[in-house]
Design a protein around this ligand. Structure first.
Ligand SMILES: Cc1cc2nc3c(=O)[nH]c(=O)nc-3n(C[C@H](O)[C@H](O)[C@H](O)COP(=O)(O)OP(=O)(O)OC[C@H]3O[C@@H](n4cnc5c(N)ncnc54)[C@H](O)[C@@H]3O)c2cc1C
Ligand code: SF4
Length: 322
């Protein structure tokens, strides 16, 4: 690991000032950042500890809007009665993320900003496109865990389980920078990497996530299902978050979001269009699953993700329609 300076300020404005000076990274639980620093994929000159600042930590319900502070640990969310009542899909997603020990350390802000698990990205031996290089080694390489929706020069998948659930919950992310605070729908916060911005989100270098807000769900039911190659300590091969509202036996509202299939959580408008206005049954769920994957373009080694994602969508829809 390269040497770095360590600062532990008490205010977020101080953090924002330090981030603005460049070559500086914010440190929350450290479970992703420190790993990247050890392999010298990330080499900041300065680390700024967030944990002694006034950055919000904890969960509150204001009216029917759930607000989760960026410093809240995943285990605090998992055991929160407010989160369980208001956002069960998020709690289900967190319960299958990483391990209990990691969930104690990991914060929600850090979880949303963790970098891809692509082995070429994580290895100091490759200077891949996402790290500023000219080539994506995964495209013709070991791509069994990579994207099946190919819309960016990078085909890594977003690693966060909570992110997928929060898109299905229509959450918004609250950001604070030198120019003040702004709120962004989480579906816009995550954005496919481009030549100009080689990251998976629109956060500026001198901005912090301060909180995530989950709006009222208005009788929406929700669930999160995750396929893994072992039962714990594994990232999603594919996951699905579905929220659904039934009215008089018909589907009045639906959100279908896939994880593990693209560099960002992947909402399927096509599947939602198939579902809305219809009576739930197995044939409808099958049509929605087909529609969700109709545009998939698997790479050489990850074609298995298409039927896996379809099966998870059918399973989630059936569970929510009972
Ligand atoms: C073995 C292993 C298995 C895992 N399995 C899963 C899994 O199945 N599902 C899953 O979702 N995750 C998984 N993870 C990832 C884990 O959940 C993340 O490492 C963790 O959530 C990151 O949170 P942190 O607080 O430790 O972030 P840090 O490592 O401290 O920070 C991560 C990034 O976010 C930035 N940052 C942190 N907080 C803020 C903020 N408030 N504002 C601006 N920038 C900020 C940091 O600068 C850094 O760039 C796994 C991790 C490991 C090591
Ligand atoms: S998939 Fe993305 S992170 Fe992986 S090698 Fe290609 S550009 Fe790099």
């Amino acid at each position: 690991m390269q040497p770095f300076e360590y600062t532990s300020p008490t205010s977020t404005s101080e953090v924002i000032q330090l981030l603005g000076a460049g070559e500086t990274r914010a440190l929350a639980g450290g479970t992703d950042l420190l790993t990247l620093m050890k392999s010298e994929v990330v080499t900041p000159q300065q680390l700024v500890n967030l944990k002694h600042t006034d950055l919000p930590r904890g969960i509150t319900l204001d009216g029917d809007t759930l607000t989760i502070g960026a410093l809240t640990s995943l285990s605090e969310i998992e055991s929160s009665a407010l989160a369980q009542g208001h956002a069960p899909a998020l709690v289900e997603a967190i319960a299958v993320a990483a391990t209990p020990q990691l969930r104690n350390m990991a914060t929600l802000g850090g979880n949303l900003l963790q970098r891809p698990r692509c082995w070429y990205f994580r290895s100091p031996a490759f200077h891949c496109w996402l790290k500023g290089g000219s080539e994506c080694q995964a495209r013709d390489g070991e791509n069994q865990h990579h994207a099946i929706f190919d819309r960016s020069p990078c085909v890594a998948v977003h690693p966060s389980d909570p992110a997928t659930a929060l898109v299905a919950l229509d959450a918004e992310v609250v950001l604070r920078g030198a120019d003040g605070e702004r709120s962004v729908p989480i579906a816009e916060f995550f954005a496919l990497p481009t030549d100009e911005r080689r990251t998976e989100n629109i956060l500026s270098d001198d901005e912090l996530i301060t909180a995530v807000r989950v709006p009222p769900q208005m009788d929406m039911r929700g669930t999160y299902l995750k396929a893994m190659d072992r039962k714990v300590w594994a990232f999603a091969l594919v996951s699905v978050a579905v929220t659904l509202r039934l009215d008089n036996g018909r589907i009045a509202d639906a959100r279908v979001v896939l994880g593990g299939v693209a560099p960002v959580p992947w909402r399927s408008a096509a599947a939602e269009q198939v579902l809305v206005g219809q009576q739930p049954d197995a044939a409808l769920f099958d049509r929605a699953a087909q529609a969700a994957l109709a545009d998939a373009q698997p790479l050489k080694l990850n074609g298995y993700k298409v039927p896996l994602a379809q099966a998870l969508i059918r399973q989630a829809l059936a569970a929510l329609s009972n």
